[in-house]
Design a protein around this ligand. Structure first.
Ligand code: NIG
Ligand code: FE
Length: 417
């Protein structure tokens, strides 16, 4: 049997325990903080959590049989969870970055055949092996930034074979990389040029062929759509999300990112697990999401990168909407793997508190991807996914911004960083 692991003397242990569903309102400020905290781990699972004094009483006599890790007065949190990424893709788009700095808009570039279409061409051309190598490097970077679980979307194929190729890469990486990967089918990421003017035919291809094929191979858990002016209408989005539900794929939706378009309202109507972006979500849409319990997955790094006003995170929390945050890691609108930066931005651009940002990046992010039973908090029975940060408290983690404070990362009890 593997030796137990005992992490001791964390200045602050952020457990984020308690409560049932995703946290909302004032619950988002409750970190379940333990001063001078300790965690006892066996076979990759958390067995006990408490103060170091409490665990000394409980486990002191077995100390010699355990690997002891001294946190030495630093902060320990659950492994961060990134609930929205597009990390499997071919090529990169640094030229578009320059074009946008010179004044071109994200949608102009896409409508001219660049953007998502450019990455789709490169992804279609890449072999599975090439995609695997590139994506693996991105996962390594996530891990170095304290992220231990990642959702990943297809959507750079927009034809069945390439969509399956992306999802297969995620399946293999999930087996071979320490990070847990939750796969999402996003065939409706853009309308491929070969279907221009025949958008509804492409929607039918998604609902009648792609979704059944992806579901039959059990390659995805969620189904996502880019509901946006000039991409998919709310009506087309509804068709796609309802078709996914029939095949057991839970709905997610890129909503109201560039223009207000009723995406938040649609998310509530179809019972989406989460709605993403929401920069331009209406008051009514936010209210309905709160009522329906749809998680708002907010992406402040994307807003910054597109030089747009961030989503109204503060107002959403005050309106009772559970909020999660994510990198949106993708080659166009947010090429980053840094969840710590996203937490900083949640505070700076969306006026979330340091505690709310941590809840949004841990337990609420877990709920957004159906991982709440295994990850997102430090409590007995869950996977031992933990991060030790080179700071003394959680406020300092958010205050010293743009810096990687990761000191150590454990995934299922193994020290991986
Ligand atoms: O979430 N908005 C649509 N999809 C991605 C961007 C994908 C890309 O530009 O390659 C997003 O921002
Ligand atoms: Fe996205």
């Amino acid at each position: 049997m593997k030796r137990p692991l005992w992490i001791k003397h964390a200045a602050q242990l952020v457990t984020v325990t308690g409560g049932k569903g995703p946290r909302k309102g004032e619950e988002m400020s409750d970190l379940g903080l333990i001063e001078d905290g300790s965690v006892w781990i066996e076979n990759g699972k958390i067995i006990a959590v408490g103060t170091t004094a409490e665990l000394e009483v409980q486990f002191g006599e077995w100390e010699e049989d355990a690997d002891v890790y001294e946190a030495e007065d630093r902060l320990v949190t659950p492994g961060l969870i990134d609930p929205h990424t597009h990390f499997v893709y071919g090529g990169s788009r640094e030229k578009e970055f320059e074009m946008r700095l010179e004044g071109a808009s994200y949608m102009d570039i896409m409508n001219a055949g660049g953007g998502i279409h450019a990455t789709a061409r490169l992804t279609r051309e890449s072999t599975e092996e090439e995609l695997y190598r590139q994506a693996e490097r991105r996962l390594d970077s996530f891990l170095r930034h304290g992220v231990t679980t990642v959702e990943g979307k297809s959507g750079y194929g927009m034809e069945l074979q390439t969509e399956l190729k992306q999802l297969n890469v995620m399946k293999q990486l999930n087996e071979q990389h320490p990070i847990d990967i939750i796969p999402t089918f996003m065939g409706a990421h853009a309308v491929p040029p070969e279907f221009k003017g025949r958008e509804d035919d492409f929607v039918s291809l998604i609902t009648d062929e792609m979704i059944p094929a992806v579901a039959a191979e059990k390659l995805a858990v969620f189904n996502d759509v880019f509901c946006e002016v000039g991409v998919y209408t709310p009506e087309q989005s509804r068709r796609i999300l309802e078709a996914g539900k029939l095949h057991g794929l839970a709905p997610k939706i890129h909503a109201d990112e560039i223009e207000p378009y009723g995406g938040a309202e649609l998310a509530a109507e179809v019972g989406a697990v989460s709605a993403e972006h929401l920069l331009k979500a209406s008051d009514e849409g936010i209210r309905r999401m709160g009522e329906a319990g749809v998680i708002a997955c907010l992406l402040p790094a994307t807003a910054l990168y597109l030089r747009e006003e961030a989503a109204r995170g503060r107002e959403m929390i005050d309106a009772g909407v559970p909020v999660a945050i994510s990198t949106d890691c993708n080659p166009g609108s947010s090429p980053t793997t840094s969840m710590p930066l996203v937490m900083n931005l949640a505070c700076i651009s969306m006026r979330m508190t340091p505690a709310e940002a941590l809840v949004a990046a841990t337990i609420n992010a877990a709920h957004a991807i159906g991982m709440q039973g295994k990850a997102g908090s430090i409590e007995p029975g869950k996977q031992a996914d933990l991060v030790m940060w080179n700071v003394k408290n959680y406020q300092e983690l958010q205050y010293l911004f743009g810096v990687n404070h990761v000191g150590a990362v454990w995934k299922k009890g193994e020290k991986v960083i």
